[in-house]
Design a protein around this ligand. Sequence first.
Ligand code: NAI
Length: 385
Amino acid sequence: MIAGIIGSGAMGVGIAQVIATAGNKVLLLDVNRDTLEAAGRNIRASLDKLVAKKLLSQQKADDVFANVTFTQDYSSFSDCTFVLEAIVEDLQSKQQLFREINLFAPDTCIFASNTSSLSIASIASACKNPERFIGIHFFNPATVMQLVEVIPAVQTRPGLVEEMFDIIKGWGKIPVAAKDTPGFIVNRVARPFYGEAIRIMEEGIADCETIDWAMTTIGGFKMGPFALMDFIGHDVNYRVTESVFNSFFYDPRYKPSFTQKRLFEAGFYGRKSGRGFYDYTDGATQPKPSKDEQLGNRVVERIVAMLINEAADAIAMNITSEPDLETAMTKGVNYPKGLLAWADEWGIEKVISVIDGLYEEYHEDRYRVSALLRRMNRENRTFLS
Ligand code: NAI
């Protein structure tokens, strides 16, 4: 394979390294010369680290680096068999880009987008032959995260998903298939992890540090929702939340919070700006959680029940298969277990009762139980066993 990767920012660099490590030639292009030069230094530094940790030989690292050509010239794409864009998240820019690449890449070349929130169909529509277009969504950092979501557009030709599955496995990654709907799998199903946590905090039921403590210590998640949002950055996390909400025609289940919007507007992006939900400036003291077990259990029950409900709804709407959903949430966002396995463990009746309890309390459409959960409960079914 000769792969063309366009955009050498956070994602493009990692993706180029992954594909080059699998022994393929990669052309990495960026409009910004400085970014492209930094990309070279970043790949070199990342490979050096692997050599230092004895995870890669010096020879292999040199070979991988030699596989990557840094370019600003589209005409070098004339031999590419695969082109993926990881440029700025803007529909017009992505469409314009593929109109240009159409002029250089061969007609048989597969075209892909790493978009997180735009529809694959809308980007594909700018291509001369959109049947070769597909969504290939990596997770950050691409060199570390194993999951890749594969999203066919309505235009995508039959067989291309299976072809991409083989290619992605060859890169050492784990592919899952998703429908071309907002947030695909992970960014859709994970919304309540953030949204419900903020809601609990906004209502004064528990503070950020207690919710984070409960979700890690009792729930078993690697990071609590507030620490994770601060880590991702509110510029990124708020934008994804807003985009999923808008794209779902304002379904109240995905409604963004004013709390996060204000952090975003204030430039309190989290770790990267020194302040988010927590204070990261030197010498700042971190607040202590209350460690109230009963409260912690209620917090975990509420957030996990909402996550399971979202997962069930994704299955009900055929967004993905049950095994792919489990893989997506454990490999894409490192959940301690699959949400469907969690539903089976708790029993579907318990999930329904937690969410029905919230509906009783609030009478908001946000707390509507997925029809699939009700049906499965009536029929006494489980997801996996
Ligand atoms: P970034 O802002 O770090 O990098 C984008 C790069 O594209 C920049 O270097 C910019 O100079 C370049 N660029 C912009 N317009 C261009 C053009 N017309 N031609 C060539 N290069 C151009 O962005 P990041 O974070 O790497 O995201 C890229 C894409 O990946 C976006 O679509 C984003 O939604 C998606 N994504 C991002 C994730 C993340 O956690 N950052 C995770 C998964 C997907």
